[in-house]
Design a protein around this ligand. Structure first.
Ligand code: NAP
Length: 317
């Protein structure tokens, strides 16, 4: 029987992964198909639970990937899992369901995938040589996971940003972050900023060190229109503006592109983050090693780009 890879989302039929996954499994010589499971945001807990129960009971179900519902799925079905990895336990979310030796396992990979994405444009040597900071605009799940990924890198002795700044519109969000950092004994200094208006966020951006990475982790520009910053924002010299998303209006990236040429601001979208998010989960679910760089990764990225944008792909460098 062809194995089943489940994709928990909101409108999964609209996702390009429906076209990308079949080409990936062909390239990887796997016999599997993708099945999308749609849930409205905040669906009843019993719906998430039933889906996890079905995966657990069906020998042909391999597991799969969860996007929007990572926290809700785990909250509704924690007792069904035979084990969680350290990140899932810490973040209380599951982005990857898989099976090993008949056990249903849950994992959270965002700390790993966000770091892979950042490494691509700001590797450890960048932080060591430039001494920049990391500014995360927005304190939701992806931001929190990114701070965990950087903490883990610091634990390994790898060069990391000299400081992490995180903005949120309310103190409450930052409390969640503080609580996680207390539990893990956060290795990097973290500065919290409550920014209730884009003007306040502009002031934080203007004050971070030269060569910092300024990340838009608010979803503004894709999930909702706009940017967390104003059009008159000034990015630090030599900084890198990174939007975690690669589609939508991405006004934040426009604002970065409009900086004066002598500010030498670089712009990176969330494409590589998207490809890492998917390839890493596919690797875990199928229990195969998918490298994070090199010819195989480039080929997988190229297929994804063709299916996503309908254009001949650039080779990732
Ligand atoms: N490329 C990829 O594969 C990839 C992977 C992961 C995530 N992403 C994208 O990254 C974005 C963030 O993901 P997420 O999971 O962290 O989403 P999330 O949990 O919804 O977090 C977004 C956070 O941004 C905050 N926010 C919204 N507007 C803000 C503003 N003007 N100033 C400061 N904070 C603001 C929200 O705060 P409130 O609580 O106050 O609303 C919320 O905490 C999403 O758009 C997601 O699609 C992309």
């Amino acid at each position: 029987m062809t194995a089943v890879f489940s994709f928990f989302g909101v409108t999964t039929s609209q996702s390009a992964i429906q076209r990308i996954y079949p080409r990936w499994v062909e390239l990887l010589d796997l016999d599997a198909r993708l099945v999308g499971l749609d849930f409205p945001i905040g669906a009843p807990a019993r719906d998430y639970r039933r889906a996890v129960e079905r995966i657990k009971a069906d020998p042909d179900a391999l597991g799969g990937l969860i996007t929007t519902h990572k926290l809700d799925v785990l909250a509704a079905s924690a007792d069904l899992f035979g084990g969680l990895d350290g990140s899932a336990a810490l973040l209380r979310e599951v982005s990857c369901i898989h099976k090993r030796d008949g056990r249903l396992l849950g994992a959270a990979l965002d700390d790993r995938t966000s770091r892979l994405a950042i490494d691509r444009f700001a590797p450890p040597s960048y932080w060591a040589e430039r001494g920049g900071e990391l500014l995360l605009l927005g304190a939701g799940g992806a931001s929190i996971a990114t701070t965990l990924g950087m903490h883990r890198a610091a634990e390994l002795g790898v060069a990391v940003p000299s400081r992490i700044h995180v903005t949120a519109r309310s103190e409450h969000r930052l409390e969640e972050l503080r609580s996680l950092h207390d539990r893990i004994g956060m290795r990097i200094e973290v500065v919290h900023h409550v920014t209730r208006t884009p003007e306040e966020a502009d002031r934080v951006v203007a004050r971070v060190a030269p060569y910092s990475v300024v990340a838009n982790a608010t979803g503004l520009g894709k999930d909702r229109p706009g940017s967390p910053l104003t059009d008159t924002v000034r990015f630090p010299h030599g900084s890198i503006a990174w939007d975690m998303n690669y589609r939508g209006e991405r006004r934040f990236l426009e604002q970065a592109r409009n900086q004066p040429a002598d500010a030498a601001v670089d712009v990176v979208d969330g494409w590589d983050y998207f490809v890492y998010s998917w390839t890493q989960v596919v690797g875990v679910v199928h229990d195969i090693d998918i490298p994070s760089s090199g010819p195989l990764f480039d080929e997988l990225s190229q297929i994804a780009r063709e299916e996503q944008f309908g254009e001949p792909a650039r080779l990732a460098g």
